[in-house]
Design a protein around this ligand. Structure first.
Ligand SMILES: C[S@@+](CC[C@H](N)C(=O)[O-])C[C@H]1O[C@@H](n2cnc3c(N)ncnc32)[C@H](O)[C@@H]1O
Length: 243
């Protein structure tokens, strides 16, 4: 059965497999996504934070532990929110179950909005980005990571063998894609790199930074693993500042 990002992670097997894989020492999240997100976010002391796709609140707890003033997390998955509520109980966190598309966010309330690996489940990124812009104070930043558009263009392919190749196809055909993942079938949305960039600009952001998940040798225990991860870009990062 096909799920969307809004209900995919509430399936028991998907939820458990996601956190098992995400927690591995050398997961792509740990060695390719998190290091760049950390660089882009910088110090959070005293900042009011918004997180679209806050998951189980693990990152929110870390950021509050580093002195963030408050944390407002949004996620559609009940299972994610339950764990987040437990973890963040008694802190300056507000957690809301809802979809990015439907939720109302408080106006001009956040210094920094972030979203990690959640916005490639969204069809209409322009209206979600506009909503984020409204929720930020003037000069506030939006830091996001998504699956790289070179990957989302032709999602459902198996790369076999050590030098197996990935096909990039239908790159300029943005829209829904389906993939078997984590024991379920999910719909993601492919947007080109230019579309992410223009959607940020169109929502009133000045695009300050674009990064890809270029591997850093020191984060890999072996040359082989480093070279394997040097072949295909997995993640795209953008930073916008509300002007
Ligand atoms: C891949 S997980 C990432 C979770 C967390 N940010 C992390 O890095 O571990 C994507 C999250 O986005 C949420 N999500 C996906 N599409 C959504 C939507 N349209 N509205 C609200 N939440 C959504 C899912 O429930 C899930 O928790």
């Amino acid at each position: 059965m096909l799920h969307t990002g809004k209900n995919f992670f509430d399936q028991e097997e998907v939820f458990n497999t996601y956190w098992r894989q995400r927690g591995r020492e050398l997961s792509a999240n740990a060695v390719l996504e998190e290091p760049v997100i950390e660089e882009l976010i910088g110090p959070v002391q005293g900042l009011a934070l918004l997180d679209l796709g806050c998951g189980n609140g693990q990152y929110g707890a870390e950021l509050l532990g580093r002195g963030a003033k408050s944390f407002f997390g949004v996620d559609a998955a009940q299972k994610m929110l339950e764990q987040a509520q437990e973890r963040l109980h008694g802190t300056e966190a507000t957690l809301v179950r809802g979809t990015f598309e439907e939720i109302d966010l408080p106006a001009e309330s956040f210094d920094l909005a972030l979203s990690r690996l959640a916005l490639h489940y969204v069809e209409d990124i322009c209206s979600v980005f506009a909503k984020v812009a409204k929720s930020l104070v003037k000069g506030g930043r939006f830091v996001l990571s998504v699956e790289h558009p070179l990957l989302t263009s032709s999602l459902d392919q198996e790369i076999t063998g050590p030098r197996g190749s990935m096909v990039v196809d239908d790159y300029f055909v943005s829209g829904p894609r389906e993939i078997e993942w984590l024991g379920g079938r999910v719909q993601k949305f492919h947007h080109t790199l230019e579309e992410y960039f223009l959607a940020l600009q169109g929502a009133g952001f000045q695009v300050e930074m674009l990064r890809e998940s270029k591997p850093k040798r020191e984060l890999f225990p072996t040359e082989e693993e480093f070279l394997r991860r040097s072949r295909i870009p997995l993640f795209l990062f953008l930073v916008g500042r509300k002007s």
